[in-house]
Design a protein around this ligand. Structure first.
Ligand SMILES: *[C@@H]1O[C@H](CO)[C@@H](O)[C@H](O)[C@H]1NC(C)=O
Ligand SMILES: *[C@@H]1O[C@H](CO)[C@@H](O)[C@H](O)[C@H]1NC(C)=O
Ligand SMILES: *[C@@H]1O[C@H](CO)[C@@H](O)[C@H](O)[C@H]1NC(C)=O
Ligand SMILES: *[C@@H]1O[C@H](CO)[C@@H](O)[C@H](O)[C@H]1NC(C)=O
Ligand SMILES: *[C@@H]1O[C@H](CO)[C@@H](O)[C@H](O)[C@H]1NC(C)=O
Ligand SMILES: *[C@@H]1O[C@H](CO)[C@@H](O)[C@H](O)[C@H]1NC(C)=O
Length: 427
């Protein structure tokens, strides 16, 4: 069991089939060949945020990229071997392609391009979970691609330039047939596919989110554990702004793209999720969830929160957020995903917060004791949040389990009943 977990290091029980698939559809193969490259994010909740994907690979022949539409190579590279008036777009052995910004002139666009490298998760928006660009590739020596079915040597070393992801080699698959408009299909001459998957171990980043808890039945507020993400004002910790420095914030901001810059807290996480058990009704209970952004110079666009809690199957009402259970593959039924409403709170603003209240119907296992009402796991934007230790959860007054009596206790109660009964009979 442990072995299989270690071997399958990219395995995510919440999204076991999640991956990113890169498809190269060859639309022409002649002296040069035209390729439509598309990147589809099949992950239910992980998305690619700014600064966005950077697709790279290594050529194994004499390839150069003559032109690109909908994306561009970061470096032109050394093109001195190319004779003639037309300069290639990129002569690098290892090209790195980046998406264009949304305000790109229409003539440089292709369908699904130009979103600044951002890819939505499938759950949030399947349409913007795909990116695409077109390249025209040829050899710098001579025209070699006369065979209309072969294409070039398969490139290797694919990468998407986002921490935590690694990609397979390209494999030839059945050529894609795709619809254009209502009545017409087009057939690629040749199709390659590359699969990239995410692993938290590979990313090995320090946590970026933590959880605090409170409830109506206990006035204690359990904060995020101290040093959840790093320690306040330690030499290695990132720059932060103390509450008292607020007036000087603008002067402290780093110029350009500096390190994330956020408020000093005991937990030093850029994001905190607060779970408050708010109201007990007869058949329902109500939770308030607040996500706070401590960054002063970072907005989280299209943020999402994945929650694991055994009562989520009975979520009855929800305010101000979207919700979908993550039961796609039938392995889990207690996990769901929350995200913002378009044009309302889809963006978690710098130094701001978003919040929801949810109403859950009490299931058979429901109880307020033993911390049952608190979430088991939380992920903000695909990163697991640090939870307080369970022995610190707000407990019911006098700490006597109310609705759940352990089997040992039941045995004791039964035994004492029998005992008093036997005494009664003997008397
Ligand atoms: C998302 O879109 C792709 C391509 O249009 C489609 O193949 C896939 O089934 C869609 N997935 C979901 C979950 O809707
Ligand atoms: C890709 O192919 C190259 C050459 O065949 C090989 O050395 C490399 O290990 C392969 N990489 C992966 C991820 O399979
Ligand atoms: C490729 O196409 C052939 C013939 O249409 C089909 O038998 C085969 O199952 C397809 N393979 C895949 C992986 O789709
Ligand atoms: C975050 O969004 C706000 C409001 O749209 C904007 O004023 C601010 O410049 C944005 N911050 C960054 C770092 O983009
Ligand atoms: C959810 O899964 C648990 C454990 O696998 C199972 O006992 C329970 O019946 C499931 N609930 C529903 C509503 O499917
Ligand atoms: C509230 O919860 C804390 C942490 O579990 C516990 O130490 C405290 O006794 C509880 N307060 C009351 C009034 O029960």
């Amino acid at each position: 069991m442990i072995l299989s977990v270690i071997l399958a290091d990219a395995y995510d029980p919440v999204d076991p089939k999640g991956n990113i698939v890169i498809t190269w559809d060859f639309v022409s193969i002649q002296d040069v060949y035209g390729v439509m490259v598309s990147i589809h994010n099949n992950q239910l909740y992980r998305h690619i945020e700014q600064p966005g994907w950077r697709l790279s690979w290594r050529w194994h022949g004499d390839e150069v990229i003559w032109g690109a539409t909908g994306a561009e190579a970061t470096e032109q590279g050394d093109c001195h071997r190319i004779r003639g008036l037309v300069r290639p777009h990129c002569c690098e052995k290892r090209p790195v392609m980046v998406d264009l910004p949304p305000n790109t002139p229409y003539t440089n666009q292709v369908a699904n391009c130009c979103r600044g490298g951002v890819l939505s998760s499938v759950m949030q928006n399947n349409r913007t979970a795909t990116a695409a660009f077109q390249i025209v590739v040829g050899s710098y020596r001579h025209a070699t691609y006369h065979d209309g079915t072969k294409g070039p040597a398969l490139p290797t070393n694919f990468g998407i330039g986002v921490p935590g992801y690694s990609c397979s080699n390209a494999t030839k698959v059945n050529a894609t047939r795709s619809s254009v408009g209502k009545h017409r299909h087009v057939q690629a001459l040749l199709t390659w596919q590359v699969t990239c998957s995410y692993s938290q171990f590979r990313e090995a980043a320090s946590p970026s989110c933590c959880v605090s808890l409170s409830s109506f039945y206990n006035s204690t507020i359990v904060s995020c554990p101290r040093c959840s993400c790093s320690c306040p004002l330690s030499p290695t910790s990132q720059q932060c702004v103390r509450e008292s420095d607020q007036s000087g914030v603008t002067e402290l901001l780093p110029a350009g793209d500096g390190e994330p810059f956020f408020r000093c807290t005991e937990h030093m996480c850029p994001v905190r999720v607060h779970w408050h058990v708010k109201i007990n009704y007869r058949e329902y209970w109500r939770v308030k969830v607040t996500i706070t952004n401590y960054n002063l110079i970072k907005n989280y666009s299209d943020w999402n929160l994945v929650v694991q809690h055994p009562n989520l199957q009975s979520l009855t009402k929800l305010f101000s957020f979207n919700y979908q259970p993550l039961i796609q593959y039938g392995t889990l039924n207690d996990t769901g995903m929350f995200w913002g409403i378009q044009y309302y709170n889809e963006m978690l603003l710098q130094d701001g917060n978003v919040q929801t209240e949810i109403i859950l119907k009490k299931d058979r296992g429901f109880t307020f004791s033993g911390g049952w009402a608190f979430p088991r796991r939380l992920y903000f934007d695909g990163h697991e949040c640090v939870m307080p230790p369970p022995d610190q959860y707000p407990s019911l007054p006098n700490a006597v389990p109310e609705t759940r009596v352990s089997s040992a206790q039941r045995l004791l109660i039964a035994a004492s009943c029998l005992l008093s009964l036997s005494i009664f009979i003997r008397v």
